[in-house]
Design a protein around this ligand. Structure first.
Ligand code: PGA
Length: 224
């Protein structure tokens, strides 16, 4: 039976109290989820990683924790940066190359490639977002998330991508980058997910807005 991946990209949301509430909701609903088949990865802001790890331990939850970003530099005099080694014990996964970081923080492909190298060397599982089928892909990544910017719910049109387009792109990417786990992201929610779950190469979803409510996020696992 194939394993499926559901990644909650919580973006720049949640105070510590919001996070506590989120875990209360998670605890209530997670027992209904097949967590052997579905890998649930929660990616909060850096400041909440410790709290998410503590909650996971205290509540004994079968979930994984990831970061939303990592520095393109190693340890050193880089004010405001978080280097890969600092994530080692508080994140299993890290997202790199998200189109919001490219748009608002002007990250280049070169930055993304450096992040992939540093994160992999630090032992993190790397999830690289790509915006189209020809995007540069690092051979250091474990998972590739195809996320056309036009489909991101909080960007411009926020139009869910045509499933045929997703299928075509994932087929193409799987030929370019064999052996990687391929997932899709962009306006994935309980209504749209069914359009994508029959796509052969699609092993999961990167979810933004619909991950902010714990029960809604977990309900996505039953749509497969
Ligand atoms: P969305 O965001 O699910 O709100 O479209 C996805 C993402 O930006 O990773």
């Amino acid at each position: 039976m194939d394993r499926h991946y559901f990644i909650a990209n919580l973006k720049s949301h949640f105070t510590t109290q919001d996070s506590e509430n989120y875990f209360e909701e998670l605890k209530k609903t997670i027992s209904n989820i097949d967590t052997k088949r579905n890998t649930l990865i929660f990616c909060p802001s850096f400041t909440l990683l410790e709290l998410f790890n503590r909650k996971k331990r205290e509540m004994n939850l079968p979930i994984s924790i990831g970061a939303q970003n990592v520095s393109s530099f190693g340890e050193g005099a880089y004010t405001g940066e978080v280097f890969a080694g600092q994530l080692q014990n508080i994140a299993e996964y890290v997202i790199i190359g998200h189109s919001e970081r490219k748009r608002y923080n002007h990250e280049s492909d070169e930055d993304v490639m450096k992040k992939a190298d540093l994160a992999k060397n630090a032992g993190l599982m790397v999830i690289q977002c790509i915006q189209d089928e020809n995007s540069l892909i690092s051979d250091k990544v474990d998972m590739i998330a195809y996320e056309p910017p036009s489909a991101i719910s909080t960007f411009g049109t926020g139009t869910p991508d045509d499933p045929e387009d997703v299928e075509r792109v994932l087929e193409h990417v799987s030929k370019r980058a064999g052996g990687k786990i391929l997932i899709y992201g962009g306006s994935v929610n309980p209504e749209t997910i069914k359009n994508y779950s029959s796509i052969r190469k699609c092993s999961g979803f990167l979810v933004g807005s619909a991950s902010l409510n714990a029960s809604e996020f977990l309900s996505l696992t039953t749509s497969w």
